[in-house]
Design a protein. Sequence first.
Length: 191
Amino acid sequence: MRQDALAKEYGISRIPVREALFMLEGDGLVEFRPHKGAVVKPLCRREVEELFHLRALLEGDLLQRSIPKMTDTDLTYAAQALTAYDGVVGSARQSVKWFQLNWDFHAALYTPADQPLALQLIQSLHANTDRYQRIQMSLRGSVPRAHNEHLEILNACRAGQVDEAVRLTRAHILESGRQVQDFLTASEDGV
């Protein structure tokens, strides 16, 4: 993608185009290449493995710190986020909204830990896994599986079962990553 061509196509100056491309680069969606401009970053199995592994580690740790501090209000907010998420998940027209609502659910569980730097890192990882999660959520069986896993995590948090909630969260994240890796492997093999 060339900045000049994009600016001309949309009838704007190059400055907002350049800023938008830098934001996309920061989100890991594009990379700048000499003599080519901005290029959409290719999907990569190794990146999937690393991103989802990091998420599982950090999110499990933050949830472990969060559960002992959770209030009824925190749990109600998480339940409301999950209900809103369930209302739009699976709808291609609502894909931007359901990723935001997925984040809202997870963030509601982690916020009571009062660890803003960890939460910011996790939010960045969520942004970087967004395009991979879109693949995962389009696969058969993923929507009901995600719903059931979210509900199990929330119920473990409600019951104060720290170890179980952490185990479920890590398994939920790692299974999502595995499904994406399997899809990418099958795509490369021409299946």
